[in-house]
Write a protein that binds this ligand. Structure first.
Ligand SMILES: [Zn+2]
Length: 325
């Protein structure tokens, strides 16, 4: 497979600033300069249908950043003719790196942000890998599954005194953005919600990574309505497109809702009426053999290469837009 997407794979914050400097269209810091780092939104197109993509809510999940950056670069260089009809049909708002602080913290530990260069897919290394995400849980509570979405001030103080770094699940305020949509303690969730209320896009797509094969999720609802059916259908088509391109993803899983309720796509759909997806791209790392039984068929696909992680996001974005035409 060509490495055409890999040159800028390392999704450093600097790459984003570089893109900002050459971006010929509108780009803005949604924090208006008030954040520790900017929340950069790249706008493209003048079409009537508005779609918002966000990525890198968790610092250790680089695919969304590299994929959206590759997509944005292609829009500038026009190197992919499949992008030709995007401009007139859509207005895209693309935010490649929501949680800059955690992405930089992750890059401090894993310099190229590609876990498999550092960790084997065995039990011992998996614990080390997981510790980077949840280190407060491990060090303060001695329980790997402990995962608090808002760390208490006393916990943060204790961490500081013991020089324990924040896990990459969290933003600089020690809030896990991904599970903060209802409570909105993080400046990120507050700002993004305001932005969504103001722009009222037709779709919202939140791009993450996980240690399973690539899977797509629709919002959780009590009843399966027509919108959810259409979203699931669209998700299934996208997974089939990945399969047809031999890009590893879940072998058989259908597009359904995520196991944890109240995440971004649930919030956008149930509270703001915006059709939404959560895309979970394989993290370039997969669970160790002890997960074989739980994962079943989903244990079989290998982890993605860096190039495939970027390509997965790029192809999902492009084909999602094409399916809307
Ligand atoms: Zn995530």
């Amino acid at each position: 497979m060509s490495e055409k997407y890999s040159e800028k794979w390392y999704p450093a914050y600097e790459d984003l600033l570089e893109l900002k400097n050459i971006w010929p269209f509108q780009v803005e810091d949604l924090f208006g300069g008030s954040g520790k780092y900017p929340l950069l939104n790249f706008r493209y197109g003048k079409g009537p249908r508005r779609i918002v993509f966000i990525a890198r809510v968790h610092g250790h999940e680089p695919a969304g950043t590299s994929g959206t950056i590759a997509f944005l670069q292609s829009l500038v260089t026009k190197r992919d003719e499949r992008l030709n009809n995007i401009e007139d049909n859509f207005t895209l708002d693309i935010i490649p790196m929501v949680n800059v602080d955690a992405a930089l913290r992750y890059a401090n530990v894993i310099p190229d942000s590609y876990a498999k260069n550092r960790f084997e897919e065995n039990e011992e290394d998996y614990i080390e890998y997981k510790n980077i995400m949840t280190s407060p849980g491990r060090d303060l509570f001695n329980n790997l599954d402990m995962r608090e979405n808002h760390l208490k001030p006393s916990t943060i103080a204790e961490m500081k005194s013991k020089e324990i770094p924040l896990g990459t699940l969290y933003n600089e305020q020690a809030v896990e953005i991904a599970r903060d949509w209802k409570e909105q303690n993080a400046r990120h969730t507050k700002t993004l919600t305001k932005f969504m209320q103001n722009k009222k896009p037709e779709y919202f797509i939140d791009i993450h990574c996980h240690e399973r094969p690539t899977t797509l999720y629709v919002p959780y609802t009590e009843e399966i309505d027509e919108d959810i059916k259409a979203l699931s259908n669209c998700g299934d088509k996208l997974l089939n497109i990945l399969r047809s391109k031999n890009i590893p993803c879940t072998p058989n899983k259908k597009c359904t809702h995520y196991v944890v309720h109240g995440i971004s796509n649930d919030y956008m759909y149930n509270n703001l009426g915006i059709k939404s997806f959560l895309w979970e791209i394989n993290a370039g790392y997969k669970f160790p053999p002890s997960f074989k039984k739980v994962l079943g068929e989903d244990y079989l696909p290998r982890s993605l290469t860096r190039n495939e992680m970027t390509e997965t996001v790029y192809e999902l974005m492009l084909n999602f837009l094409h399916l809307q035409l």
